[in-house]
Design a protein around this ligand. Structure first.
Ligand code: DGY
Length: 327
């Protein structure tokens, strides 16, 4: 980059990430500043923290808008999100300032798909509830009616959003466990339909037919509150909803209502509308499995995400195009 030696570039990392990414940035000779606290920075802290940065490595918990970009200063060239989702970015603010925004697509696909499948099994076969029962010393021996769950084979899985992750969930559930797969997406993908042998249906029809619905859409104004009480009422009373995408795709208070009234059978969630807050009703219910946004949290995948975010920064600070530009 003009007038600035490589080792003068300042890269700020908003929270400790796996060493794989930090090592790459160190090897590139940048000055690194890592959030010293084991917590999310407040907006005011973040504004101070990014001051003077040439690159920011951000997390999905950091809201990055014009205020933060301006607080960094005019030398800022890139914000690399350590996540595939980027609903924490105000993309327009990036565009008007001509600052690169990048994410980490691809490297977490299989891990999130595996995790989603884990959640499907956990909720359908009451694994968490039964574990709790044993830990509470309630197990008195085999019982004919104890924790009756539901089988997978021949059931219908409805995928909402047939992107990379949705596609991997579909493939594994069909090939591994014998489910019939249907999907809905705003954009129909006939090639993938053929490749995976799965069927496109309308959203309405997916709601009605599915025994399991798994959500894999990004959070956008169009997908916010895609699921409200109205949609839950169209689902089978025996059906389950699984969400490993973004919480606000579901109107959480409506979900709690639907579960309480047994309008649907259960929900397994990794993400929440107002993270880290969770609707207290969901916590009280036994027909939920609730995780702390960890679907991509394998050692291998988080290391790859860290490397990918670092490589985007290294490219841009070396005057090259980023590997994973968002726009
Ligand atoms: C993402 O990458 O968007 C996940 O939610 C966290 O890994």
């Amino acid at each position: 980059m003009k007038n600035k030696k490589e080792n003068n570039f300042k890269v700020v990392i908003t929270r400790k990430i796996p060493d794989a990414g930090i090592n790459l940035l160190q090897k590139a000779g940048f000055q690194l500043k890592i959030n010293p606290y084991d917590r999310i920075l407040t907006k005011e802290e973040l504004k101070k923290f990014v001051k003077g940065a040439d690159a920011i490595l951000s997390l999905l918990t950091d809201k990055i808008d014009g205020e933060i970009l301006d607080a960094a200063g005019p030398q800022l060239k890139i914000v690399a999100n350590y996540a595939v989702g980027y609903d924490n970015f105000n993309i327009n603010d990036f565009k008007t300032r001509k600052i690169y925004a990048t994410n980490t697509p691809g490297v977490l696909t299989e891990t999130v798909a595996e995790h989603t499948i884990g959640l499907i099994f956990a909720i359908a076969q009451k694994i968490v509830e039964a574990d709790e029962f044993v830990r509470q010393n309630k197990f008195r021996g085999w019982e004919p009616m104890l924790f009756l769950g539901t089988d997978m084979r021949n059931k219908t899985l409805g995928i909402v959003g047939l992107g990379r992750i949705g596609g991997e969930v579909a493939k594994r559930m069909r090939d591994g466990f014998g489910l019939k797969i249907i999907y809905f997406d705003a954009i129909r993908n006939k090639n993938l339909e053929k490749e995976l042998g799965i069927k496109y249906v309308s959203f309405e029809s997916l709601l009605k037919q599915s025994d399991f619905i798994s959500i894999h859409v990004p959070l956008t104004p169009q997908t916010k509150h895609l699921f409200t009480l109205k949609e839950f009422k169209k689902m089978k009373p025996t059906s389950y909803i699984i969400n490993t995408s973004r919480g606000a795709v579901i109107k959480e208070s409506d979900l709690a209502n639907a579960l309480k009234k047994k309008i649907i059978a259960g929900a397994a969630l990794d993400v929440y509308e107002f993270e880290p807050q969770i609707n207290p009703e969901l916590i009280k219910l036994s027909n939920t499995v609730l995780l702390p946004h960890i679907a991509s949290a394998s050692i291998e995948t988080r290391s790859k995400m860290a490397e990918m975010a670092a490589k985007n920064i290294i490219n841009v600070l070396n005057n090259k195009k980023p590997l994973n530009p968002i726009f």
